[in-house]
Design a protein around this ligand. Structure first.
Ligand code: FAD
Ligand code: NAP
Length: 532
């Protein structure tokens, strides 16, 4: 058998996480290799090329902070940068720091086995190549494995069917076409208004209505940019003190929605609605905790939907009745207004589910819809999908699939007992998708880098989380989740969007206390880990 190519570190994925991890690993003087199945860098921003795709985190926050010159020089055009702009930024980073030579593109990792004799990971890629490394770092993304629903007859459709996260690079011509979009999550809410402007007819198949707030995107204010750049490190430090590692630009009104009268409450909601973006959720300090405040907020948003959407029956269908803020918050660019267009039809598939794709379109329980193009905005097998797609085997040949059969378990969202020297960046059990992900990614990469340096300097051969630490951590993550309203509806945070996926709240609420815990673990000599 051909001997495997050897590295100190193998990183799987060349998104925001993989790129930064490579940069840090090289700084340590380690021989590192990134394996990426796409043909270029970018991850999320490489794959999600659907029209309307953009960030919903403020531009000055959703970027790397590790290089002062980079953050000083890069110019963001808008408050919420578009997919091409973010991709261009990540390509620039890859070139600026000469990262590309360390990346194997068009290469998928299929299997990873821990060899206990040598304390090394052996990887197999799609073309059968073998690689080996002491440390294996999964930067495979929380939202990278598309959820393609198993609808009968998909192969029989006469036109193209594309998932939003696998959109053709050359784009799709919607002009004069009859288009169906399935799904009204963040991706659906972004793609629907843009397709509506181009298509002859757009039919939106909605299973659950969406809580969404106007984004009010706009060109960046040069004075505000200059103020941030005058002290970018200070700005970043402030962002890291926020519960979600973001929203530095708008502070929380630090009182309950119930502590003011109805008129004042409405005035504050209106002020934040006009400001736009997720700052709306900070109108009061208890919207996501206190059911009464949540109801008042929900009533306000429903009143806005009824005000915007002219057809009362359509407006009612668009009004959610589940807890606001329970699914991932969405901000939009003219979403509800789109349903006033004469070429847009909303179909409620919660009442009459989709039965099949036919050669000419889609059939629900009560009607047939003629379509030329189908867009699946059906989301992701989030947080665990990309990891479990790889056949990962740890100590004693135990598979990660077995270990996570009842849901993901680990310590700090960083390591799984039985899988030494393997780290997950923004793994389940860490703030990850409940935070500004660039901030969480940088925190994880920095922690992993320090950990590897510690191991190398002290000549340890491996690091492995203990079962006891895992047990306590999982209990903590569950306790924090159960204390919020986030567990009160079906969401991908709970795995509820994937048939058969074990139900359990996967991310951890609260970025600053998590960082404190990570630092405390290090201060106590990597408490909860065994260093061999
Ligand atoms: P990814 O960008 O997902 O990169 C993972 C990479 O791993 C991919 O390139 C994938 O091809 C590769 N990979 C996976 N498995 C394998 C394998 N087996 N072999 C080889 N390669 C593999 N977050 C925010 O904080 N703010 C936002 O506004 C925001 N907007 C988003 C918009 C969209 C449309 C989506 C889908 C997500 C958004 N997110 C947002 C979350 C976003 O995923 C993160 O912000 C961030 O881009 C994740 O970076 P990453 O490097 O961790 O993962
Ligand atoms: P999503 O939030 O999971 O939404 C998927 C949509 O498809 C939901 O409306 C869902 O309905 C529907 N759906 C799923 N399976 C279906 C089926 N079998 N039949 C019919 N309908 C089905 O996915 P997403 O919109 O891609 O967003 C995922 C995450 O990516 C976001 O929450 C966010 O973190 C990130 N994202 C961010 C942005 C941004 O603005 N920055 C943009 C896109 C994505 P139910 O609700 O009933 O399950």
């Amino acid at each position: 058998m051909k001997s495997a190519e050897q590295f100190d570190v193998i990183i799987v994925g060349a998104g925001i996480a993989g790129l930064y991890m490579l940069y840090r690993a090289r700084e340590l003087g380690l021989l590192a290799r990134v394996i990426e199945m796409a043909s270029d860098v970018g991850g999320t921003w490489y794959w999600n090329r659907y029209p309307g795709a953009r960030c919903d985190t403020d531009t000055m926050e959703y970027s790397y902070s590790f290089d002062e010159q980079l953050q000083q020089e890069w110019e963001w055009p808008e408050r919420y940068p578009s997919q091409p702009e973010i991709l261009e930024y990540l390509q620039h980073v890859a070139d600026r720091f000469n990262l590309r030579p360390g990346i194997a593109f068009n290469t998928r990792v299929d299997a990873a086995n821990f060899d206990e004799a040598s304390n090394h990971w052996r990887l197999r890629t799609g073309d059968g190549t073998e690689l080996s490394a002491r440390f294996l770092i999964m930067a495979t993304g929380c939202l990278s494995e598309p959820n393609i629903p198993a609808i009968e007859g998909m192969d029989s459709f006469n036109g193209p069917i594309h998932h939003t996260a696998r959109f053709p690079h050359e784009g799709l011509d919607f002009n004069g076409r009859r288009v169906g979009v399935i799904g009204t999550g963040s991706s659906g809410v972004q793609v629907i208004p843009v397709i509506a402007e181009r298509a002859a007819q757009l039919t939106v198949f909605q299973r659950s209505p969406q809580w969404t707030i106007p984004a009010r995107n706009r060109p960046v204010d040069p004075a505000a940019v200059a103020a941030v750049k005058a002290d970018y490190p200070g700005f970043r430090a402030h962002v890291r003190t926020q519960p979600g590692g973001d929203s530095a630009s708008t502070t929380v009104n630090d009182f309950s929605a119930m502590s003011v009268g109805a008129e004042e409450r409405k005035r504050i909601f209106e002020e934040r609605w006009q400001l736009g973006g997720s700052s709306f959720y900070n109108s009061f300090n208890d919207i996501k905790r206190n059911p009464e405040s949540n109801d008042a907020t929900a009533d306000f948003v429903r009143s806005k939907i009824r005000e915007i959407v002219k057809d009362p029956a359509t407006a009612e269908l668009l009004c959610p009745d589940y807890t606001l803020g329970c699914k991932r918050g969405v901000i939009d660019h003219g979403y509800f207004e789109t349903f006033n267009r004469s070429n847009v039809l909303l179909v409620d598939i919660s009442a009459a589910p989709i039965e099949a794709v036919t050669p000419d379109g889609l059939r629900t329980a009560d009607a047939d819809y003629a379509l030329d193009i189908i867009v699946l905005a059906t989301g992701f097998d989030a947080m665990t999908g990309a990891l479990l797609k790889i056949d990962i085997r740890g100590r004693g040949g135990q598979t990660l699939r077995e270990k996570w059969a009842d849901g993901p378990v680990n310590y700090l969202g960083l390591q799984v007992p039985g899988f030494p020297n393997l780290f997950t960046i923004t793994g389940p059990g860490s703030p990850s998708v409940l935070s500004n992900m660039v901030v969480s990614i940088e925190q994880h990469v920095d922690w992993i880098t320090d950990c590897i340096r510690y191991i190398v300097e002290r000549k340890h051969s491996s690091i492995e989380a203990t079962e006891a630490a895992q047990e306590a951590w999982v209990a903590h993550v569950n306790a924090v989740a159960n204390d919020s309203l986030a567990v009160s509806c079906n969401s991908w945070y709970l795995g509820a969007n994937i048939p058969g996926k074990p139900r359990g709240f996967m991310p951890l609420v609260g970025f600053p206390p998590y960082v404190e815990k990570c630092e405390e673990v290090v201060a106590k000599g990597y408490e909860g880990f065994v260093l061999t």
